[in-house]
Design a protein around this ligand. Structure first.
Ligand code: FAD
Ligand code: 2HG
Ligand code: ZN
Length: 470
């Protein structure tokens, strides 16, 4: 009954184009990219403006109905998926996809939450600028989603994560008020910086409807290399060497284990091994410059020659054209998809200090293989940020069910090792529903208490994405 009235009221606001109640049409909003999480909803609402979002949230607030914000639904920890009650409202921002303004003098772009990351990158390129955030899901993930998860990706090393790239936000609060914080200011010391509450909050404090984001000069030259290494220690030495020789031109430094690359070669069409020999670790290195003739290839070759001499590099190839560059990135970005072909992937997007990466991997590998012999460790990631995707696949030839039943115990071994090295259990993907309980075990109780106090202040009725984060 309640939902029938709410549906009618919401339809008045968004019109028939903005409302889905048909079970079949709702399906794609109710499970995630990997089919790892699924839920039910009373309806999916797709508002087309900030005012419509505010009116819908106000109606839900009055009816005490929970709202689950959703963007491209590419998140990896179930944050955008409703619970099983069928009582929650999924609020999809995908119709709010306008580029509101580009200010090249201020080096900013103002975009709505539903803009797809790739479209944002293209809009920046049209005015000769770069929007630097880049990740495998960029063809589907949205500004709202990457802000709500404070996404990272492969260019954080040089440009930072979403938090670093954001100057202002527009947010619909849990009671339906609109906070207009769309300021394009690089300096503003007038008290608490409220935008940072909503960035990384995974939709638990309000709905992000628009943002002012930073633009950078577009690089005019880029050089990309694929490098084989003997060990993870070598990767840490190599990144220090690269930083020393290339400075800020070092844009990407992605490390991958042999297991990660092997999954891609086996499962992703068009991806092949680049060397005749098999090596334990690989790194994809990218350097870029705003000058067209910055001599990057020479710079990279000199640095790699130095690394060969020090025996921290075993083999290397520098891409000589766009197709080869795309081929190298396809191997790196193909790991997520390739791992899906090997059964369930248990994902752990941990971070530790960069210098502790080798010791973390050694400790975690050893403990894990002792307790769970045969599991396949798929370790890769943004090593310059200290962020590893320490993912696990089941032993060859084993069944999914017993492996899934061990997920909790496997996670504990990995997170215990993370804690030992003063790391974080989530560097990129957030807590969502998958790491909510783990956070209670691994996060400082005082920090959790402060987070709960903020949640209660902004959302006293607990209607914003309940069951996620806290
Ligand atoms: P969704 O999945 O729809 O939502 C994610 C969370 O944000 C949910 O909690 C949701 O409730 C909330 N949310 C969505 N929109 C809003 C809004 N407007 N207001 C408030 N809350 C909102 N992440 C990285 O950081 N680095 C990577 O390199 C990376 N690579 C990836 C590669 C692949 C192949 C895939 C599938 C994912 C990858 N991700 C990566 C995960 C990443 O979290 C998401 O791709 C992206 O940040 C989520 O955007 P989305 O629009 O799909 O959000
Ligand atoms: C990446 O860096 C993403 O490729 C996804 O963050 C990682 O699928 C994963 O575990
Ligand atoms: Zn990542």
């Amino acid at each position: 009954m309640l939902h029938e009235k709410l549906i009618r009221d919401i339809e008045q606001v968004v019109g028939p184009a903005g409302l889905i109640t048909d079970a079949e049409r709702m399906q794609s909003y109710l499970s995630d990219w990997r089919n790892a999480y699924s839920g039910k909803a009373a309806m999916v609402v797709r508002p087309a403006s900030t005012e419509e979002v505010a009116a819908v949230v106000r109606l839900c607030h009055q009816a005490a109905v929970a709202v689950v914000p959703q963007g491209g639904n590419t998140g990896l920890c179930g944050g955008s998926i409703p619970d099983q009650s069928g009582a929650q409202v999924v609020l999809s921002l995908t119709r709010m996809n306008a580029i509101r303004a580009v200010d090249t003098g201020n080096e900013t772009i103002t975009v709505e939450a539903g803009v797809i990351l790739q479209n944002l990158q293209e809009a920046a390129a049209e005015v000769g600028r770069l929007f630097p955030l880049s990740l495998g899901a960029e063809g589907s993930c949205t500004v709202g989603g990457i802000l709500a998860t404070n996404a990272g990706g492969t260019a954080v090393l040089r440009y930072g994560n979403m938090r670093d790239l954001t100057l202002g936000l527009e947010v619909v609060l849990p009671d339906g008020q609109i906070w207009n914080g769309l300021r394009g200011l690089r300096k503003d010391n007038t008290g608490y910086d409220l935008k940072h509450l909503f960035i990384g909050a995974e939709g638990t404090l309000g709905i992000i409807t628009a943002a002012v984001l930073k633009l950078y000069p577009a690089p005019r030259s880029t050089t990309t290399a694929w490098v084989a290494l003997p060990s993870t220690e070598a990767a840490i030495e190599l990144i220090a060497l690269m930083r020393g020789q290339c400075g800020d031109r070092l844009t990407g430094f992605e490390m991958m284990s042999r297991q990660s690359v092997e999954f891609v070669v086996n499962h992703v069409a068009g991806c092949n091994d680049l060397f005749a020999q098999v090596y334990p670790w690989y790194v994809l290195i990218e350097v870029s410059d705003t000058l067209a003739d910055a001599g990057l290839a020479q710079m990279l070759e000199t640095a790699l020659a130095d690394a060969f001499e020090r025996e921290i590099v075993l083999d290397a190839v520098i891409a000589s054209n766009e197709t080869q560059v795309a081929g190298l990135w396809a191997i790196r970005e193909g790991i997520s998809e390739a791992q899906n072909h090997e059964g369930p992937s248990l994902k752990h997007d941990i971070s530790v200090p960069v210098s502790s990466i080798p010791a973390f991997i050694e400790a975690a590998d050893q403990r894990l293989l002792e307790v769970f012999p045969g599991v396949r460790i798929v370790a890769y990631g943004h090593v310059g940020d200290g962020n590893l995707h320490y993912n696990i696949s089941k032993p060859v030839g084993s069944e999914d069910a017993p492996f899934k039943a061990q997920a909790e115990a496997i996670m504990q071994v990995i997170y215990d090792a993370t804690l030992q090295f003063s790391g974080s259990i989530s560097a990129e993907h957030g807590l969502g529903q998958s790491k909510r309980e783990a956070a209670v075990r691994y996060k400082d109780p005082l920090e959790l208490q402060l987070m709960q106090a903020i949640k209660t202040t902004l959302d006293p009725a607990g209607l914003m994405n309940p069951g996620k984060v806290l």
